[in-house]
Design a protein around this ligand. Sequence first.
Ligand code: FES
Ligand code: FES
Length: 220
Amino acid sequence: MTPNPETPSPWAMSRRGVMASSAATAAVASTPIAAAAPRTDAAKGSVPTASTKLTVNGKQHSLTLDTRTTLLDTLREHLHLTGTKKGCDHGQCGACTVIVNGERINSCLSLAVQHDGDEVTTIEGLGMPDHLHPMQAAFVKHDGFQCGYCTPGQICSAVSVLEEIKRGIPSHVQGDVAAQPAISDAEIRERMSGNICRCGAYANILEAINEVAGRSGDKA
Ligand code: FES
Ligand code: FES
């Protein structure tokens, strides 16, 4: 319906109204915020801490951590291993995937103190620039990334996916969950579905994983 120019829109605001509302916003923005009260010693003492031993990429670490610290923040902020990325911090993107005792996990969903004594492998532990892990080399060869933000998580996941298939761990797309799973494009896609790539490098990631699996991919 064509609006009648004679009828004022319910959203219309006079110039005076706009000025008044802008001034009100500016006044709110410029109101000084009360300074946060400094933490007292008693408050500091109430932070729950625990000692945790982790073996990360073959190196042992003894840490005293706030018990609420995630494994992801421990790796990035305490051990300065920034290869593992924080995407959503809510278990939804897979950017923080690391391998713990041979299983891939979202490190943003796990508290470090839950991993006392565990062995953690991050992207830094898989390979080095002069000695890449086969999966890292395949990602480079097949252009399996664009911005690279999701890539450490994708590679840790991909390495684990091939291990999971080898170990016979079933997936949602398998017809018979009691049978040994076979590697297929559908299996790889399903098992990698927790790793989101905002750049959409999925086709190339699939090629890279197929190469490491020793196959050329399914015919379209
Ligand atoms: Fe952990 Fe997104 S940062 S799943
Ligand atoms: Fe950019 Fe995956 S390469 S998010």
